[in-house]
Design a protein around this ligand. Structure first.
Ligand code: SAH
Ligand code: SF4
Length: 355
């Protein structure tokens, strides 16, 4: 199968198409002008346009399904060139604001939640993506294309800011090389120019790869899917915790280069009767001592056949309050798109049921 042209950094493309300055023009057509075909890249010679069309796929994604929630969240199911599917979510984080005369004060803020694999090898017991096992890694271009496709579908101009969270399907650090390439392509100022500061990699905690990501010096943030404060429960939830236990993750986080104004995000999936008690909150405070951390509590989102239950709101709030009272920054993730199959893997599953 032909590779997508979005697989390549500008430098790589400059090696592939001669003369090298064409790479910059091609980047402009793809990422600034949102070109739909090589044919419309008017300032490229006709022969080169034909050559590109011969060698590369321009857009590897086809929208198979789209669900829009009342809060503006849009969930996409994309088909890849080999017929496999992945999900991407367009989240509206802040509404646009206008003054009394109707003048725009600031535009709405959006975040794109991106997938990095078809399926996942980690096999977390609470995760729907895990149920389908692992199919394959996404290529850099298939990762990049998700951001481009949702911006384009929402008529979001190339120069408008978005944040990216690698929190869709798959374990990003299990596909580290392709992830790093995608981050570099997305950062390119001749492309979408999304700085590292605006990109957050969420990981289930492969400690050695957290170190590797740090050494790559990409300037990205990390979010750690911690979910439990003792190793027994964490191993039940995330079997890989046997190899990369809580202590090893905390040590890797301490070594990770963090922008001085930023914090490491710890995701804590709250499951009714499992980890929603104050004793756990206490341990969490101890565990995160001395780390510039922020905790994000997530309601477990049940799906048909899931083994766990959604926690009570009052337990969630009590947990949060306890952390705040003890000096930890803590938010509760508002369940964006709750009316549309919100947790990762759920749209894909629904489509299978319908098929
Ligand atoms: N593999 C990475 C990133 C993708 S999962 C990771 O695990 O961090 C993204 C987030 O979705 C994780 O924090 C995960 O815990 C959460 N998640 C998975 N299944 C969920 C469910 N049923 N309800 C709520 N959150 C879920
Ligand atoms: Fe993979 Fe993340 Fe799901 Fe765990 S929670 S199975 S790491 S996608």
């Amino acid at each position: 199968m032909k590779p997508t042209i979005m697989d390549y950094t500008r430098d790589q493309l400059a090696d592939l198409v001669k003369p090298a300055f064409r790479a910059k023009q091609i980047f402009g057509w793809i990422y600034h002008s949102y070109a739909d075909s090589f044919e419309e890249m008017a300032n490229l010679p006709k022969a080169l346009r034909a050559e590109l069309a011969e060698r590369f796929i321009l857009n590897p994604l086809k929208i198979l399904r789209k669900e829009e929630a009342s809060d503006g969240t849009i969930k996409y199911l994309f088909e890849l060139p080999d017929g496999k599917t992945v999900e991407t979510v367009w989240l509206k984080m802040k509404e646009a604001q206008y003054d009394v005369e109707g003048k725009l004060l600031h535009e709405a803020k959006h975040t794109v939640c991106v997938s990095t694999q078809v399926g996942c090898k980690v096999g977390c017991s609470f995760c729907l993506t895990a149920k389908g096992g692992f199919t394959r890694d996404l290529t850099p271009g298939e990762i990049v294309a998700q951001v481009l496709a949702v911006k384009k579908d929402n008529a979001h101009a190339a120069n408008r800011r978005v944040n990216i969270v690698y929190m869709g399907m798959g374990e990003p650090l299990d596909n580290l090389d392709n992830l790093a390439a995608a981050i570099r392509i997305l950062k390119d100022e001749n492309g979408l120019a999304i700085s590292g500061k605006r990109q957050t990699v969420s990981t289930s905690g492969i400690s050695t790869r957290i170190d590797k990501l740090g050494q790559m010096d990409l300037g990205v943030h990390i979010a750690i899917s911690l979910h439990a404060v003792d190793d027994d429960l964490r191993t039940e939830l995330i079997p890989m915790n046997k190899a990369y236990n809580i202590a090893s993750i905390i040590e890797a986080v301490r070594r990770f280069p963090i922008d001085t104004r930023k914090r490491v995000m710890f995701e804590y999936l709250v499951i009714k009767g499992k980890n929603d008690d104050i004793a756990s909150a206490k341990k969490l405070i101890k565990l995160l001592q001395g780390i510039k951390a922020k905790v994000n509590l997530i309601y477990f989102n049940p799906y048909p056949g899931s083994d766990y239950q959604r926690p009570e709101r009052e337990d969630m709030v009590r947990f949060q309050q306890y952390l705040i009272d003890h000096g930890l920054l803590c938010t509760i993730r508002d369940s964006k798109g709750i009316d549309i199959s919100a947790a990762c893997g759920q749209l894909k599953e629904k489509t299978k049921e319908l098929a």
